[in-house]
Design a protein around this ligand. Structure first.
Ligand code: NBG
Length: 909
């Protein structure tokens, strides 16, 4: 069998598998005949066309063709197969067909009954064939996988293009919100868009006719990893919800040429590699050179080029926009330098400009005072604000009295806070608005979200950096600072407090203070987090401006994180509820709680879960050669590596379990696989030590035949959105074990819950609300609580735990007794010292790992034992799914829309 024929053979199997999932999803129900009729009925396209005659001809052809494909898809696919292997299928798509193709594209109509786009597999097939030709210059059957991926991506953009334009026009007329964020962790776009546009089935079929399995094609796409972790992924989930809810919201950020680094392990050590995610073309990002904007720095100017990513919503025609900026030198290549043979100087100058959007800083929850970073921030913020003002002026001219009425700008953490003085500059310097009036506009326009209470993440920029990069902005900051101080004195504050809260203090620009002072709204991201902000971190600010503060508990999009990534579970839910309304109204899942005691339904759920676990096993075996037992408990911790998230606690448990099994081979414990996925910031020595430690544990267990079928540790390389989409659906236990009070919210916890995993966690962040939603029986909570932490710390001595908690000493000594080899880096000794003795003036075990260990072990052991009661366990998972409605980002975004942005849906159709 030829390679291509073999591929088709496998593809055929996969396709029939996909087809078997079909009945459960309502969307797929629309029969071909109906669609064709609808296409015939819907005449608007014809009206628009210049020649009525031509249109009529064109209209007939696709309708007929569509019926052909729909009637006998299997046959058609196999015909394509034979013709592809014998003679080039190009013969099927000669010039004549190309004419049909462009006609087919004009035929995308809307089914008036369902308000969905009526596109047949044949139409999509023709569009793809056309695109393969136009982007590869080859006949439609000669394309590579990459060509087909590009062609389908372009076809998707084409399908939504008209709606995208209409959405922009519609939004220009109403009050809008703008979401400014240095990070958008979007992940892949193709599958999400196909499902959102309601053309997934057609795409499967269309690709099948080319002999290609859509699932394989999806793997061609790189991840748009323009973010570090939770904060960036939240921004992406928010955009999805805004589009789905038809809300006039635009995202603004940076088009990093290199996303978050790609991680590999070399002998257990993390290695970082550049992630050139769009080097080979990425049709979902469209540069608009015609809209470029000049951004001024003291040392040079640059052009900011907007590159737009369409954001589709589910079951709606609205298409929102994520505008990402890249930059070009404002001065063209310096030919004087070039001519005087100083070619390298000329290139260096260009590189300095390109540096601005070259790389995403690989850090979250800690801040690093790099000049380039603040340059990046100003670059994208200035461009975005100029863009917003330009759009406003296009409608209202120079009358700024309505600006704050029509625009709300959300500052995602402190990264875009420089927007406050920048908007002042644009209004005062460029548009002649008086300072006082400009300030009124500013303070009614901005809203600020805080994402962490960790002091090291609150950005503070050295005044000299501001003076050097943008002296005018610094002057404005001084103006705001003077005004703030005067106002605070007037309010009767004592000078020490005024000093402490001043935007300019300690020779630094305090970005969080500027954010609170210059915004009308300040919010935290989970109930507990907001409480901590109010009574602790931002206590004094809360006392001054209580009315500004509110909580907006995070959420995640149920499209990507359930409907798309867990199609088996989605189909089961749809089947039980009778329709797919839950995809945009997740509270409906609550109705399914009654099935928790229904054995048949629980069996179906367990089957879905097992299928997902098998799918993950197959993927790991195929891509990494790792063999995992699908019948073991899948206990998963996937998130950024940080000491406060306590991957180390999890690792200590795993190693201790190893010891316990060795000591007592009869230990009553079901088989377990512990999965980790985490990237450490490249400069974060201790986080990298933890990765190496876990990899050492994994190796030791793998090499021990006694562990076979009992315990395994797998560290997934390069954890990102795409492999997250495979991991969440396969999880049994979700590890959310941060030191209480330190995880602002967490959003992975919500994804796990939605996919039917049970949380094992501390009383922290959104875990608290998850626990409240599911009840004590359906969650495993352990560890010291925030309110007790201070008192506990006062007498805490980690050395005592090390010596007295059974098993701890044995585990930890391996760090220093030569069992594990850190190749002379000293990282294991440092890890050990940090836990037992402390270092850098820090007391030992800052994150209370050893303090919480005993309770953690008890609780986790209990969860493992509970797991063995299949039905009782299934019920727990099910109740988690049924109560995940609150954690849909649709709920969160509705709260932002009502409570902060004051915007309303603006539907285009
Ligand atoms: C992170 C928090 C998470 C939270 C996300 C989204 C930063 C600075 N903060 O707990 O650590 O879920 O933000 O709000 O990345």
């Amino acid at each position: 069998m030829s390679e291509r024929a073999q591929k088709k053979e496998t593809q055929k199997k996969v396709t029939s598998k996909t087809a078997s999932r079909k009945p459960a999803t309502a969307k797929k129900a629309a029969p071909a005949a109906k669609k064709t009729q609808a296409a015939k009925k819907a005449a608007p396209a014809a009206k628009k066309a210049a020649s009525a005659k031509k249109t009529t001809e064109v209209k007939k052809a696709p309708a007929k063709k569509a019926t052909e494909v729909k009637k006998a898809p299997a046959k058609k696919a196999s015909t394509a197969k034979t013709s592809a292997s014998k003679a080039p299928a190009a013969k099927k798509a000669p010039a004549k067909k190309t004419t049909v193709t462009s006609a087919a594209r004009r035929e995308i109509t809307v089914d008036p009954k369902t308000n969905t786009r009526s596109i047949t597999a044949q139409q999509l097939h023709d569009m793809i064939a056309f695109q393969v030709k136009s982007c590869s210059g080859k006949s439609a059957d000669k394309g590579t996988m990459r060509d087909y991926w590009l062609a389908l991506s372009r076809s998707i953009v084409e399908i939504m293009a008209d709606d995208w334009e209409k959405t922009r026009e519609k939004y220009a007329k109403v009050r809008q919100a703008h979401y400014l964020s240095a990070e958008f962790l979007v992940g892949r776009s193709m599958l999400n868009n196909l499902v959102n546009l309601g053309i997934y089935e057609q795409a499967v079929e269309a690709m099948q006719a080319f002999g290609i399995n859509l699932t394989d094609l999806l793997e061609e796409e790189t991840d748009a990893a323009l973010g570090n972790g939770g904060l960036g992924r939240l921004a992406a989930c928010f955009l999805d919800s805004c589009a789905t809810l038809d809300l006039p919201v635009t995202g603004y950020g940076i088009l990093y040429r290199y996303g978050l680094f790609r991680q590999t392990f070399e002998n257990g050590f993390q290695r970082e590699h550049p992630d050139s995610w769009m080097e080979n073309g990425y049709p979902f990002v469209i540069p608009r050179y015609e809209d470029k904007i000049r951004v001024h720095f003291n040392d040079f100017d640059v052009w900011a080029i907007p590159c737009d990513m369409p954001i589709t919503g589910y079951n709606t025609h609205n298409v929102n926009r994520l505008r990402l900026w890249k930059c070009e030198p404002a001065q063209e290549f310096d030919f004087n330098l070039f001519n005087s043979q100083r070619f390298d100087d000329a290139v260096i100058e260009r590189n300095r400009v390109h540096d601005i959007f070259r790389v995403l800083y690989p850090n979250d929850t800690s801040y690093d005072g790099k000049v380039l970073r603040v340059r990046q921030q100003y670059f994208f913020v200035s461009a975005s604000l100029q863009d917003i003002v330009r759009n406003y002026k296009a409608v209202h001219g120079n009358d700024f009295s309505k600006f704050a009425e029509l625009n709300s700008i959300q500052l995602n953490d402190t990264h875009p806070v420089i927007g406050i003085p920048e908007l002042m500059r644009i209004l005062v310097d460029e548009n002649g608005v008086k300072w006082e009036d400009a300030w009124e506009i500013v303070r009614h326009t901005f809203a600020y979200t805080n994402h962490t209470i960790m002091a090291e993440a609150l950005e503070k920029w050295d005044c000299n950096i501001f003076r050097f990069l943008f002296p005018r902005i610094f002057e404005i900051v001084e103006g705001i600072n003077n005004q703030q101080r005067a106002q605070f004195f007037e309010m009767g504050m004592y000078s020490e407090l005024v000093d402490r809260l001043s935007i300019l203090s300690d020779g630094k620009v305090q970005m969080a203070w500027m954010a609170i002072y210059g915004s009308y709204s300040v919010n935290g991201v989970a109930a507990l987090h907001t409480e901590i902000l109010k009574r602790d971190t931002l206590k004094e600010w809360y006392e001054i401006y209580p009315e500004k503060f509110s909580n907006k508990t995070n959420g995640v999009t149920p499209r990507r994180w359930l409907r798309v990534c867990d199609q088996g579970l989605a189909a089961l839910i749809t089947d039980l509820l009778g329709n797919e309304d839950w995809v945009t109204d997740l509270d409906q899942l609550k109705k399914l709680e009654k099935y928790a005691n229904d054995k048949k339904v629980m069996e179906r759920f367990l089957k879905v879960k097992r299928d997902n676990k098998v799918a993950l096993c197959n993927h790991l075996e195929k891509t990494k050669g790792i063999k995992v037992n699908p019948d073991s408990i899948f206990d998963i911790q996937i998130k950024r590596l940080h000491e406060y998230k306590r991957q180390l606690l999890n690792a200590i448990y795993a190693l201790n379990l190893y010891d316990r099994i060795k000591e007592n081979p009869k230990l009553d414990m079901p088989p377990v696989t512990v999965f980790f996925g985490a990237k450490a910031a490249p400069g974060y020595f201790r986080a990298k030590a933890i990765i190496k430690f876990i990899n050492e544990i994994a190796k030791m267990i793998d090499n021990d035949p006694d562990m076979e079928g009992r315990l395994k540790v797998v560290f997934i390389e390069n954890y990102n959105v795409s492999n997250g989409e495979k991991l969440f659906p396969a999880a049994d236990i979700s590890e959310q074990i941060s030191t209480a009070g330190l995880e602002a919210s967490g959003t992975g916890n919500m994804k796990f819950m939605m996919n039917g995993a049970v949380t094992l966690g501390t009383w922290d962040g959104a875990n608290v609300e998850i626990a409240q939603s599911v009840g004590d029986d359906n969650v495993y909570i352990f560890g010291c609580r925030v309110e007790d932490m201070e008192a506990t710390r006062a007498y805490y001595n980690p050395k005592w735990q090390y010596e007295n908690i059974p098993g701890l000493k044995k585990v930890l000594d391996r760090l220093v007794d030569g069992t594990f080899n850190d190749e002379g880096t000293g990282m294991f000794q440092d890890l050990f010292n940090g836990l037992i003795y402390g270092s850098n003036c820090q007391p030992g075990d800052t994150y209370y790992v050893l303090g919480d260990f005993d309770d953690y072990r008890k609780t986790r052991d209990k969860a493992y034992r509970d797991y063995t009661n299949r039905m009782a366990w299934a019920k727990k998972c099910w109740i988690n799914i049924c109560n995940s409605g609150k954690f849909s980002s649709d709920r969160t975004i509705s709260e932002y829309a009502k409570g902060i942005w004051k915007i309303k849906p603006a539907k285009i159709k």
